[in-house]
Design a protein. Structure first.
Length: 665
């Protein structure tokens, strides 16, 4: 059975990593501590040898008549033991072998010294001096990190040597043998028990560390799996919109910094709505999967990236050296879908199979410093392909009057838009989910050409930001919203979108304060929506401006939460009054994965204590889901479409809704 990437990720999340068996754990414990044990034994043995030789001074003081024998024995045994141990180290012997050598050397060191010391004529001194054998037992059990069995054997051997010496020591009385024998047995038992505890504790520490590593690895793998899932389209297994946007930024960064050119290619399935309505959603999904697989195969030779950009829209990003290569790839993509020969009997253009229209944009010096412009050019090329009868591919041509960029014309238009009254505001209701009352409206800017043609905000807002016209337009929008609806208290709150460029602009907060003072509107009735995105960088001027605005009482909302990469950081830095979750999460709730992701995001925002607003509510089913999720506010066509200020001035405060657009809660 073939799984999509999303299915594979789910399988990975359910699988638990295998735990080693006890025997494997012991072997792993030995292997992991091998190098450390070698070094510890080597360094400890050199220290023990130094102490062993220093006890020559005690030999001179207590048994001077045989001190030359005992000292010679000490140096001879030390030299031989060090040579053997260092040879093992050079030959990279195992830790067990080195430990065995060290333990044997300690036993021999005690036996060799004791044999020479017992030749002394001073019976009283040697009778007390022999008790120093306890030091050797404690060295074996406590000073070194020998395994318990080796420590027990070595210390037991030292104890037996001591008893052999005591029994052969004829002047010793029974009380002497009982006292010193009991002392050495006690040292043996105590030090052996402590050694057993230490070995057990070291093993437990290893087990805890191993479990921590396993859990960390598991968490890392689950995190990677979740990241793949969050960047994967659940239907086709391709990258989703978020993943594609990130790759676009990466490609764009390489183009800006290193001049690595690339193409952005938009693909739209022709007449897909008709296909979906006629054959059913299940067949529609199957069609999209087949198209996605064909597109993926078509770009393999180009080492490009492909993602699902919308319902039936895909995007391909690939590094290209020339525009001609981009055009060739666009045509290859079109042919790959045409060759599938999927039936589509609902078309009325003489073609009875599924086809795609393809539009390509290619990086060029004239494109400007905005990634959005490249995507806009690809979109314009796609529009041209559709206008040419579909089932064709087009490369954006800046010299073609049918697809040339109108940005310069719009930039000039924005300079006179306010004076010529070409710009206006409409307001979209924001309703309380519990009470159903209108708690706020969002001001939306509209622009028309001199001939009355409307210009979409997605086109003129980026141009306004690029040219700086957004500063004057932003102040005009705030003043107009206050004048049209807030002065006479037609609505409780009006929210106005602000650009990061405005927040970085010196004196923006002061200009807002001046507008509030002129109109007599309380700051708490004005909300400014800050859009999450890369442009909203953590700039000290932005943070200072937001703090100044909150001092005025102005409400600060975070707009389109979840669409960018800065949202979590901004939730930590700024106490937003309301967080607007992007409509894409709501529209992805057709399946269980989408609902889980939406609920996770809601839980994240709610735990921060912010009010939650969901935008894009378009059906009663979505409204029911909002009630189930205990959302504070909703916005969308289901609760009210954008309308001019006059509509809200005619309705009582808190209940304003156009009669034709009113929908029951």
């Amino acid at each position: 059975m073939k799984h999509t990437l999303a299915d594979v990720v789910e399988i990975d999340l359910r699988n638990e990593p295998p735990r080693p068996a006890p025997a494997e754990l012991r072997m792993l414990y030995q292997e992991e501590g091998e190098s450390a044990r070698k070094q510890a034994t080597r360094h400890g043995f050199w220290t023990a040898v130094a102490v062993y030789l220093l006890f020559s001074i005690t030999d001179i003081l207590l048994i001077p008549d045989v001190a030359h024998y005992t000292i010679a024995a000490r140096f001879a045994i030390s030299a031989i033991a060090l040579v053997v141990l260092e040879t093992q180290v050079r030959l990279d012997a195992s830790a067990n072998s080195i430990d065995l050598t060290a333990a044997a050397a300690l036993v021999v060191a005690y036996a060799g010294w004791l044999y020479a010391a017992m030749m002394t004529a001073d019976a009283q001194s040697i009778s007390h001096y022999m008790v120093f054998g306890a030091i050797f037992m404690m060295s074996v059990n406590l000073f070194f990190s020998f395994q318990f069995r080796l420590s027990l054997f070595a210390s037991g051997t030292i104890l037996l040597i001591f008893f052999a010496a005591v029994l052969s020591f004829s002047p010793a009385e029974a009380s002497y043998r009982l006292a010193f024998g009991t002392f050495d047995v006690s040292c043996f038992a105590f030090s052996s028990y402590v050694n057993w505890k230490l070995n057990r504790e070291r093993y437990n520490v290893f087990l805890n560390a191993l479990e921590a590593r396993i859990q960390q690895k598991q968490a890392s793998e689950r995190g990677k799996a979740l990241l793949r899932l969050s960047h994967t389209d659940s239907l086709t297994g391709l990258d989703n919109r978020r993943a594609v946007d990130q790759k676009l930024r990466d490609y764009w960064s390489d183009w800006q910094r290193h001049g690595v050119t690339f193409a952005a290619i938009l693909i739209d399935v022709d007449f897909f709505k008709k296909y979906n309505d006629y054959y059913g959603h299940q067949e529609g999904d199957r069609c999209l999967v087949l198209v996605a697989n064909a597109l993926k195969e078509a770009i393999e030779a180009y080492d490009g990236s492909i993602g699902r950009y919308g319902g039936e829209e895909f995007i391909v990003v690939a590094r290209m050296e020339t525009g001609e290569q981009a055009a060739d790839l666009a045509e290859a993509i079109r042919c790959s879908v045409e060759n599938l020969a999927l039936k589509h009997q609902q078309r009325r253009d003489g073609i009875s199979i599924v086809t795609v229209s393809v539009g390509a944009g290619f990086t060029r010096k004239q494109t400007g410093a905005k990634l959005e412009r490249l995507i806009h050019e690809a979109d314009r090329a796609l529009y041209g392909a559709k206008a040419s009868g579909r089932n064709c591919a087009r490369l954006f041509d800046p010299n073609d009057p049918q697809s040339s960029d109108e940005s310069e014309n719009i930039a000039a238009l924005l300079k006179i838009a306010i004076d010529q009254r070409l710009v206006s505001l409409v307001y979209q209701p924001i309703r309380n989910v519990v009470s159903g009352r209108l708690d706020a409206v969002e001001a939306l800017m509209r622009l028309r050409m001199l001939d009355g043609t409307s210009v979409p905000p997605s086109l003129f807002i980026p141009i306004a930001e690029r040219t700086g016209a957004i500063l004057e337009l932003g102040r005009w929008a705030i003043r107009t919203a206050c004048t049209e609806l807030l002065i006479d208290e037609h609505v409780p709150v009006v929210s106005v979108n602000v650009s990061p460029i405005q927040l970085r602009s010196p004196g923006f907060a002061a200009s807002v304060a001046a507008i509030l003072g002129e109109t007599g509107v309380a700051g708490g009735r004005l909300a400014l929506e800050v859009t999450e995105g890369l442009e909203l960088e953590m700039h000290s001027d932005i943070l200072r401006c937001i703090n100044d605005l909150k001092t005025l009482g102005v409400r600060i909302w975070l707009d389109d939460f979840g669409t960018g990469f800065a949202g979590l950081s901004w939730l930590r830095l700024i106490d937003f009054d309301t967080v607007k979750i992007d409509r894409s999460f709501l529209h992805d709730c057709n399946g269980p994965k989408g609902k889980v992701m939406l609920r996770d995001i809601i839980g994240l925002v709610r735990n921060r204590g912010h009010k939650i607003l969901i935008e894009g509510v378009e059906t009663e089913e979505q409204m029911t889901l909002m009630r189930q999720c205990r959302i504070d506010y909703v916005q969308g066509f289901h609760v009210g479409r954008p309308a001019p200020a006059q509509t809200f001035r005619l309705a009582p405060m808190g209940d304003a809704r156009p009669a034709a657009l009113a929908k029951p809660n």
